[in-house]
Design a protein around this ligand. Structure first.
Ligand code: GLA
Length: 430
């Protein structure tokens, strides 16, 4: 093969299958905060003014994001989910915010959020009604896109309830065009594949051309069983969905629920590590005004965020499983590899895992530099392929490491790894 042909093969192996939506946004997985999992459709501002869906909630969250290091860590979008609008459109047919809960209106709120150097996200639905029964956008795509642009909104989460499934794709595509026609860059977060899967296998080429990220699977809950079900679904469908991800468009396994009530600290570490490996949007749904220091530290962990935001923009895969362990690996820029080892056994104590059993370890070649990030940061120094490194992983916890090859035969090994392990996509049985 000529050098040029060889280069082409390498480039095509490294780039996602399709063109991304060309709006210049989401070149890295989106980071921010989204109200749904934690605050749901709480509209009772009389008895619960602190937690109801109101302009106050987003303003307070934005204040904290600036004051408490969230913005600095990379969290940028403050996102409204369902239950914000009034049940009636205005005289011109435009959506309007509930006047009692958003007395200043969305434009004022956007101005406030922008004054903090952050961005504002809003929510609407491709069908007749939103999932919680508020007005849907069907028949109003242009009008609603223009309204959001007029309000200076920066992101739209577009849900798929109350829609004829046969028209779903058309609806999502039309809204994408309507947003584009406003001339304002509005990040477009879809739920198209989630609603399409029961009908047929979604067309991820079209989805990637239309959306900046897309939900594939059920809503996340504040529980380990929910996190596990999302990971299981992702691994079971990775051959279909992983190639679709890359700069400009990402698979969205839903919000981070770290800092709430349902996950142990080990489980929170697992969610953070695996969401970084999956190149997922990092949209937290928690109460940043009242979050425990350990969860905060985890969510702001720069080394994990660096994996999430890696410039190569490749989503990782589950590469091995067995003995109640799972190994997930993500190729990173500068020839590095992130390896996550999840202990799925929910009984007993910490269990040792020989990192040499991870399929990607062969990237180490004759020598590599190893850094452990979770559960504790530790420079493990220069290792060889033969090194026996045993990492200890707590029940439902995850060990996260990065491996940087320093051998001169790196290129051969790197190719071998990514073609052998990922293109064939066979699970190694541990
Ligand atoms: C659906 C979505 C959720 C949330 C709710 C709001 O269930 O998947 O993420 O937006 O609707 O009603």
């Amino acid at each position: 093969m000529s050098r040029a042909a060889c280069l082409l093969v390498i480039i095509s192996l490294m780039s996602p299958a399709a063109e991304a939506l060309d709006n210049g946004l989401a070149l890295k997985p989106t980071m921010g905060w989204l109200h749904w999992e934690r605050f749901m459709c709480n509209i009772d501002c009389d008895t619960d003014p602190n937690n109801c869906i109101s302009e106050r909630l987003y303003m307070q969250m934005a204040d904290v994001m600036v004051k408490e290091g969230w913005k600095e860590a990379g969290y940028e979008y403050v996102c409204i989910d369902d239950c914000w609008p009034s049940h009636q459109r205005d005289a011109q047919g435009r959506l309007q915010a509930d006047p009692k809960r958003f007395p200043g209106g969305i434009k004022k709120l956007a101005d406030y959020i922008h004054s903090k150097g952050l961005k504002l996200g809003i929510y609407a639905d491709v069908g007749d009604k939103t999932c919680a029964g508020y007005p849907g956008s069907l028949g109003y795509y242009e009008k609603d896109a223009q309204t959001f642009a007029d309000w200076d909104v920066d992101l739209l989460k577009f849900d798929g309830c109350f829609m004829n499934r046969a028209l779903l794709g058309e609806g999502y595509i039309n809204m994408s065009k309507a947003l584009n026609n406003t001339g304002r860059p509005i990040l477009y977060s879809c739920e198209w594949p989630l609603y399409e899967w029961p009908l047929k296998q979604p067309n991820y080429t079209a989805i990637r051309e239309t959306c900046n990220h897309w939900r594939n699977f059920d809503d996340v809950f504040d529980s380990w069983s929910s996190i596990k079900s999302i990971l299981d679904w992702t691994a079971a469908h990775q051959d279909i969905i992983v190639p679709a991800a890359g700069p400009g468009g990402w698979n969205d396994p839903d919000m981070l629920v770290i800092g709430n009530f349902g996950l142990s600290h080990d489980q929170q570490e697992s969610q953070m590590a695996l969401w970084a490996i999956m190149a997922s949007p990092l949209l937290m749904s928690n109460d940043l005004r009242d979050i425990c220091p350990r969860s905060k530290e985890l969510l702001q962990n720069k080394r994990i965020i660096d994996i999430s935001q890696d410039s190569m923009g490749k989503q990782g895969y589950r590469t091995a499983k067995g003995n109640d362990f799972e190994v997930w690996e993500r190729p990173l820029s500068k020839n590095r590899l992130a390896i996550a080892v999840l202990n799925k056994l929910e009984t007993g104590g910490p269990r040792g895992f020989n990192i040499g059993a991870a399929p990607g370890w062969k990237i180490c070649g004759s020598q590599c530099n190893v850094t452990q990030i979770l559960p504790q940061y530790k420079e493990m120094g220069v290792q060889t392929q033969q090194s026996k490194i045993i990492v200890s992983v707590n029940p439902s916890g995850t060990a996260l490491l990065t491996v940087t090859p320093i051998s001169s035969d790196f290129r051969r090994l790197h190719k071998l790894n990514w073609q052998g392990t990922f293109v064939r996509r066979k699970h190694t049985i541990l």
